[in-house]
Design a protein around this ligand. Structure first.
Ligand SMILES: Nc1ncnc2c1ncn2[C@@H]1O[C@H](COP(=O)(O)OP(=O)(O)OP(=O)(O)O)[C@@H](O)[C@H]1O
Length: 476
């Protein structure tokens, strides 16, 4: 892991904002800088190293400089200042179609693209079947590329770049996704490449991909590197930042930069500084500290943008919130940064504007992509409210144990009742709330859900064979 594969030193990229094609010609053709031309800093003084077998996620809002940085590392763009050294064969999947000739068929394009990536004919022939297999488009491989859908071209491009055993692989996640099955296959391939020593730079907007695949994450914003550290920490800070309005975002950004100027250098005190930073977003209660006791907190800026308040049919859901639940079951502070493993309650008031019968309440938790993870309802016989009168208010609550990890989650709430003999929603709010989950620093569970895994192993005496049907014979 010690061998440096990518060394980026003081890289800046300045674009000139040409006002006419003539200005561009003057500058590019004759190297004369047009008078009064505006310049734009797409990257400012970026430095970092990536080692053999390391996978680094590059995150940041649209226009933050991610592609510019990766194009410079892939040597398809030159920096205005600074240097990049890449040690080993590099393959980049940054733009769909680059590396392909639309007139060639799939098979010819494999040779064309792989030879551009530095393989000779014999090496490509050796890998040809694996590439075709991986792409999953064998039936179309002898048809011209121009007849492919973009998804098919993407499959072929990912297959070529990932099957040539690059020492350095640069991937824009947007180009490594097709349908879910292929997406999974791409992630598995990236994991395998990483295990075999490939260095991977990975542009992504997905917290899950970054935390699952990457050893480190770099957060770029307006061309500056704001953070470089463990993916969990960088993603939490980045997600907080993404939910702030512009004024608070500017303050938070400043806070990130000012809090520890050495944060971006590779100094000794980086870790301690990051711990401080992680839980002290602008506007957030500064109650939390990582380590033995992490605490839930409330960030008023974490408000879902996707909220949908549906039409009311005689009821109105108000004041949706998540509260802490004490050991004696009483409700505590309102929170939206939760701690893994603790109990919380989704609470809301339902104000009835019309009489209602047989009323039930429900709450659901979804991922950013809309996958329903679970929920609770009072729909069963005996749990429902038999009758409510117009003007009455009811406080509903759904207590749950937070078995989720890391990402942002969204809560939808609803209330249904009988109208004209049929059950129908009286009121619903989709994405009424959002929350994130903190995990202890030493918690080593993976993925989205805390299954409370308890892992162990037993060293077997020589010659003794494992009996797979025997319970507890080997927990691993
Ligand atoms: N040729 C160019 N001339 C002027 N400005 C440019 C040029 N190419 C990129 N930029 C600007 O540089 C900034 C960084 O662009 P870049 O494409 O690297 O961002 P990004 O983080 O990859 O964005 P996205 O997530 O949208 O792909 C943007 O503000 C963009 O408008």
């Amino acid at each position: 892991m010690s061998e440096v594969r990518i060394a980026v030193e003081g890289v800046s990229k300045q674009y000139f904002l040409y006002r006419s094609p003539g200005e561009r010609l003057l500058h590019i053709g004759l190297n004369i800088v047009p008078r009064g031309i505006e310049r734009f800093n797409a990257l400012s003084d970026i430095s970092f190293n990536v080692r053999r077998g390391e996978c680094v996620g590059i995150i940041g809002r649209n226009g933050s400089g991610k592609s510019t940085l990766l194009y410079i590392i892939a040597n398809t763009l030159s920096p205005s200042r600074g240097t990049v050294r890449v040690n080993g064969r590099i393959a980049a999947l940054l733009e769909l179609g680059s590396g392909f000739n639309p007139e060639f068929n799939g098979r010819e394009n494999i040779f064309f693209y792989a030879s551009m990536l530095g393989l000779n004919r014999a090496e490509i022939s050796e890998r040809l079947e694996e590439i075709i297999d991986f792409s999953g488009i064998r039936d179309f491989i002898d048809r011209p590329l121009k007849t492919y859908s973009s998804g098919m071209a993407m499959r072929l491009a990912f297959a070529v770049t990932s099957c040539i055993d690059p020492e350095v692989l640069i991937v824009d996640e947007a180009l490594s996704v097709g349908d879910e099955a292929f997406q999974r296959k791409c992630m598995m391939r990236l994991t395998r490449l990483k295990e075999n020593g490939t260095t991977i730079l990975f542009v992504s907007h997905s917290a899950r991909s970054v935390t699952e695949l990457c050893d480190r994450a770099i957060w770029l914003d307006r061309g500056e590197m704001l953070m470089d550290g463990p993916p969990d920490e960088v993603m939490v800070a980045y997600q907080r930042f993404s939910h702030l309005d512009s004024e608070r975002a500017a303050a938070y950004r400043q806070q990130v930069k000012e809090r520890d100027p050495e944060f971006l250098s590779q100094g000794e005190n980086r870790k301690a500084n990051k711990e401080k930073l992680l839980l002290t977003a602008a506007g957030q209660d500064e109650a939390a500290e990582l380590g033995s006791g992490i605490t839930a907190s409330f960030d008023p800026n974490m408000v879902p943008e996707s909220i949908v308040i549906h039409e009311s049919h005689g009821a109105l859901i108000e004041q949706p919130r998540i509260c802490e639940v004490a050991a004696d079951g009483s409700l505590g502070a309102v929170v939206n940064t939760l701690v893994r493993g603790r109990d919380y309650a989704i609470c809301y008031i339902v104000r009835f504007t019309e009489d209602a019968q047989d009323v039930a309440f429900s709450a659901n938790i979804q991922t950013v992509n809309g996958t329903m993870l679970g929920g609770g309802s009072l729909l069963k016989e005996g749990q429902r409210l038999v009758a409510v009168r117009a003007g009455e208010e009811v406080a509903a609550q759904h207590v749950f144990s937070c078995r989720l990890l890391r990402e942002s989650f969204f809560v939808s709430v609803g209330c249904s009742g009988l109208r004209h003999g049929e059950r129908m929603p009286l009121h619903r709010i989709t994405d009424a709330l959002m929350f994130t989950v903190l995990t202890e620093r030493d918690y080593n569970g993976n993925g989205l859900v805390d299954f409370a895994f308890r892992s162990g192993y037993t060293i077997l005496p020589a010659g003794e064979h494992l009996n797979p049907s025997a319970p507890n014979s080997a927990e691993k």
